[in-house]
Ligand binder design. Structure first.
Ligand code: DOR
Ligand code: ZN
Length: 348
């Protein structure tokens, strides 16, 4: 196939930040994507419906003229989140999901949840009103190896939670292991998973072989090759429980290229080209639309997008910038380490 048209994609996990970074990055998503679930881990985090409404306005204001992108807002779950506020947020149509960050798991997660018991009143309300919980599925205890954080989370936090509240809809975000894939597949209902672009392309060698490469460092950290292969099989299978959440997470270069660099990979610029490459390699270009444009809306109970994009395979490789410039500084764009030939030809 040299050219094909799919429904416009959505990104079910995206970091847009705020201020000058937001202004610098939002156009890279709104160019190709109709909607995205916006992560709430700002400083300070988006914890109330009023915070989310104000943040949504800032995002809409930062959009390039003419883009009809729709930000889908989330709330950052804390041990003090008010169930009534969450319910109001859902009723008003503003809030699409609530995000669980185990405290200390990643960027700006220190205000997250330490004791799940304290979050139960909100989680029970969410189960009742049908509001999904998006989870950063990693434990943070220092005695757990960082490469095992996801598997231990499933066993010690997620499965007990789902047994306690089977009606709660849970999105396991940025699944990075075969354990995560198997767990999602084994669930009878109310569990789905998002997969990032970069975890379909890199394994942990990208970060560590031949020198430390901070632009391949993210959380959950990329795992060994067998896990990457499991992610690729799930993403390209067409299984409705798996969909795209890029977790595109911009940090300006000085915050990545230093002694204690931030976690996050910026993929918004070339995500569709990278994904078409991966799906082509797997002989599954016909499944790309399910992954990027159909499965996510079905899970979140939203209509699919009516407009479409056309992907074209170019003979020459497609040039993407190494970095984008923002008012806060340069941000390095994800380098898949192979030439990209797929391009988004038109938006219509
Ligand atoms: O790599 C990551 N970066 N993982 C996350 O969970 C958070 C994100 C960020 O906000 O930078
Ligand atoms: Zn994220």
């Amino acid at each position: 196939m040299q050219k094909f048209t799919i429904r416009r994609p959505d990104d079910w996990h995206l970091h847009l930040r705020d201020g000058a970074v937001l202004e610098g990055v939002v156009g890279d998503t709104s160019r190709h994507f109709a909607r995205a679930i916006i992560m709430p881990n700002l400083v300070p985090p988006v914890v109330t419906t009023a915070d989310a409404a104000a943040y949504r306005e800032r995002i809409v204001k930062a959009l390039p003229a003419g883009d009809r992108f729709q930000p889908l807002m989330t709330l950052y779950l804390t041990e003090h989140t008010d169930p009534d506020d969450v319910e109001e947020g859902k009723k008003s149509g503003l809030i699409t999901a609530v995000k669980l960050y185990p405290a200390g798991a990643t960027t700006n997660s220190h205000g997250g949840v330490r004791n799940m018991d304290k979050a139960m009143p909100v989680l029970e309300r969410m189960a009742k009103i049908g509001l999904p919980l998006c989870v950063h599925g990693e434990v943070t205890s220092p005695d757990v190896d960082i490469f095992d954080r996801e598997a231990v989370f499933i066993e010690t936090v997620l499965d007990p939670l789902r047994q306690r509240l089977p009606e709660l809809k849970v999105t396991m975000e940025h699944v990075t292991t075969s354990d995560g894939i198997d767990y999602i597949k084994s669930a009878k209902a109310n569990l789905a998973g998002s997969i990032t672009t970069h975890h379909l392309i890199i394994n942990r060698n990208a970060i560590l072989v031949g020198g430390i490469r901070p632009h391949y460092y993210c959380l959950p950290v990329a795992k060994r090759e067998s896990h990457r292969l499991a992610l690729r099989a799930a993403a390209t299978s067409g299984d409705a429980r798996f969909f795209l959440g890029t977790d595109s997470a911009p940090h300006v270069d000085p915050l990545k290229e230093c002694a204690c660099g931030c976690a996050g990979i910026y993929t918004s610029v070339n995500t569709m080209s990278c994904l078409a490459h991966v799906f082509e390699q797997e002989g599954a270009l016909d499944k790309l639309e399910a992954f990027t444009s159909l499965n996510g809306p079905a899970w979140y109970g939203l209509p699919v997008n009516e407009d479409r994009i056309t992907l074209i395979r170019r003979a020459e490789s497609v040039a993407f910038p190494d970095k984008i410039e923002t008012g806060a500084g340069a941000i390095t764009v994800f380098d898949p380490m192979f030439p990209l030939h797929w391009d988004v030809e038109s938006n219509h």
